[in-house]
Write a protein that binds this ligand. Structure first.
Ligand code: ADP
Ligand code: MG
Length: 219
């Protein structure tokens, strides 16, 4: 399937932006892609999963990437999240060209800049909701139980902190993931089909929670 079918939809500011200081959209970009391509060397021949993506996202924007299955959405999110590198083109996050970084530098950069929410929650099954959030603090810098609790309260799970993932509904598990993604205050939050595994009622709860967070903390 051709990847050009994936569409980038920004629902706040789209098109050219010139602020009162004369900065253009590209000057202000937190995420900037120029002719970014990602090819995979698959067993059945090379797959061009993302082809010539050029766009920028500025601070405070809420952007959705839409397209059919296989159109390159996860590939794009993984590139922006520095989990992967382009095979061609230029990708800048906060004006830094990630191609120039070593793997260790990129790990640190990702930990500071990006929060991730995945469709498959990726919670550690034998850790409580609280411990799952604290683990993210531990990998970033150091744990702080009261901050982790406050993050769970912010997503409406103050009374579920000691529950294991298996003792939580899908919607609750995804809310733990949102608390985990935000615990280290990343400037960028990436979500790959965050409501894909949820029923309609929980889709609504999670989508509204993400929108509230965006409004309140200007992710
Ligand atoms: P989406 O998230 O929009 O469903 P993906 O970004 O996961 O799409 O995949 C885009 C294309 O790249 C698909 O055709 C998929 O088969 C292919 N692809 C994804 N990951 C790999 C990989 N690791 N190796 C080979 N091909 C891949
Ligand atoms: Mg995908």
């Amino acid at each position: 399937m051709s990847v050009s079918e994936a569409k980038v939809v920004a629902n706040i500011q789209t098109g050219p932006l010139v602020d009162p200081f004369g900065n253009t959209r590209d000057d202000c970009a937190v995420i900037a892609l120029k002719h970014v391509t990602r090819e995979y060397a698959g067993h059945g021949g090379a797959v061009r999963a993302l082809e010539d993506a050029t766009f920028s996202i500025v601070a405070g924007e809420w952007v959705a990437i839409t397209g059919p299955s296989g159109s390159g959405k996860s590939t794009l999110v993984n590139l922006i999240g520095c989990l992967d590198r382009p095979t061609a083109g230029e990708l800048k996050i906060d004006n830094v060209d990630t191609a120039a970084m070593s793997a260790t530098e990129l790990d640190r950069f990702r930990a500071d800049k990006i929060g991730f929410i995945f469709q498959q929650f990726h919670l550690i099954p034998y850790l409580s909701a609280l411990e799952n959030v604290m683990l993210a603090q531990y990998f970033h810098s150091m744990t702080d139980e009261s901050e982790a609790k406050a993050a769970l309260e912010r997503v409406g799970l103050g009374d579920r902190v000691s529950h294991l993932p298996s003792e939580l509904s899908g919607g609750e598990q995804q809310r733990v993931c949102i608390a985990r993604a935000l615990i280290n205050n990343p400037p960028i939050l990436l979500a790959d089909e965050p409501t894909g595994n949820l029923d309609a009622a929980n889709q609504k709860i999670v989508a509204e929670l993400l929108q509230d967070l965006h409004r309140n903390i200007r992710l």
